[in-house]
Write a protein that binds this ligand. Structure first.
Ligand SMILES: Cc1ncc(C[n+]2csc(CCOP(=O)(O)OP(=O)(O)O)c2C)c(N)n1
Ligand SMILES: [Mg+2]
Length: 350
């Protein structure tokens, strides 16, 4: 990395090539494609639901960024401890969470991942390794370090994962977390989804350099910077960093360069809101589509044909529609939940 600039990695006209899938196992690649399609269609459904007034709270969509979570999750197990933030639908779904329970949460239903009390930004699915997401930017980063430290003390070989954005690194607690994780050799994996924007502000207006991996270097933490729209590159980099962490070598930092197709929140594209987000940018990043590129890579070596792809798309569309319809038919929490669900039930009585 030269002077913490991404170079061509930041150019949407570059890296549009089919993904190189050679030497990788076919079932995993197809499962990753299916998961990326599931996430894409689920978020499209949420965009429409929000636009049509069916969803009460805001939804932060990550369409275009699916390869990051799917590549990372390929190297995780259910006993790992994953933390997200405000844009975490992909993070929770990639761990194997139920689409129906995610939709139910966003619709405020009793069957939701957080029993309908949190909405899109308060997701929880610990049985699948997802320890929670919160809207406070960077708020979960120190929690991931603590969870990683606990795993180290327990000798489980599990890791803590913190998903954060390029904007989150502007919070002081991220730097404290990096330093502490390094000093305690906590098996924490920091995954920065660098999509160049924090709300409506481009990174060039917020930071002197575009690559946030400089903060890993400053804390003597091994790091990798990858094309975040290449699920294979993300997965291979994650494998290297996660295996070091599992072996007791301490934290790792993965910066994935990507882009969100929707605007900061809800279904609009936010063209010309803020700086450096024009339709040309969005359209050229669409050509760097992580799903289309994986399909092209699989087709190039005969691992999927048009009929198989159509069948997979149809299956995912049906799964999404069924989950959405089921969630909409579910009941809201009872009124008593307003007081009984203020704190989690830990089972501890006094
Ligand atoms: C502590 C805190 N400050 C500000 C906000 C308002 N806010 C919500 S999302 C966001 C931008 C975050 O940008 P980034 O970390 O790059 O994530 P992205 O939205 O790009 O996924 C801001 C400033 C907040 N939720 N929490
Ligand atoms: Mg961002």
């Amino acid at each position: 990395m030269n002077n913490w600039s991404f170079g061509s990695l930041a150019e949407p006209s570059q890296y549009q090539h089919p993904i190189d899938v050679s030497g990788l196992d076919t079932p995993t690649l197809l499962a990753q494609l299916q998961m990326m399609l599931r996430i894409r269609l689920a978020e499209r459904c949420l965009a429409d639901g929000r636009r049509d007034g069916l969803i009460g709270g805001p939804v932060h969509l990550g369409v275009g960024q699916e390869a990051v979570a799917v590549g990372i999750a390929a190297e995780l197990r259910k006993t790992d401890r994953v933390f997200g933030a405000h844009r975490s639908h992909s993070h929770v779904l990639s761990m194997g969470s139920s689409l129906h329970r995610l939709f139910a949460e966003i619709l405020g239903r009793d069957t939701g991942l957080s029993r309908g009390m949190g909405g899109s930004m308060h997701l929880w699915d610990q049985p699948n390794g997802f320890y929670g997401s919160v809207p406070i930017v960077s708020g979960t980063v120190p929690l991931a370090v603590g969870a990683a430290l606990a795993a180290k003390l327990q000798g489980s070989g599990d890791v803590g994962v913190a998903y954060l954005g390029d904007g989150a690194v502007e919070e002081g607690v991220v730097h404290e977390s990096l330093n502490l994780a390094r000093m305690l050799k906590a098996p924490a994996i920091f995954v920065v989804e660098n999509n160049f924007f924090a709300s409506h502000m481009h990174i060039s207006l917020r930071q002197p350099k575009e690559s946030t991996a400089r903060f890993a270097a400053a804390n003597d933490i091994p790091y990798e910077v990858v094309d975040g729209n290449d699920v294979v590159k993300v997965r291979l980099a994650a494998a290297r960093l996660i295996s070091l962490a599992r072996e007791g070598k301490g934290p790792g930092f993965l910066e994935a360069v990507t882009y969100r197709w929707y605007g900061h929140v809800d279904w609009r594209e936010d063209i010309d809101v803020g700086v450096n987000r024009s339709s040309e940018d969005v359209n050229s990043w669409r050509k760097r589509d992580p799903i289309a590129r994986l399909v092209a890579g699989l087709q190039a070596v005969g691992l999927i044909d048009a009929d198989q792809l159509a069948a997979m798309e149809e299956e995912m569309a049906k799964e999404v529609a069924d989950a959405w319809n089921m969630a909409q038919a579910d009941a809201y929490p009872p009124l008593s939940a307003l007081t009984s669900r203020v704190f989690a039930d830990t089972g501890v009585t006094q």
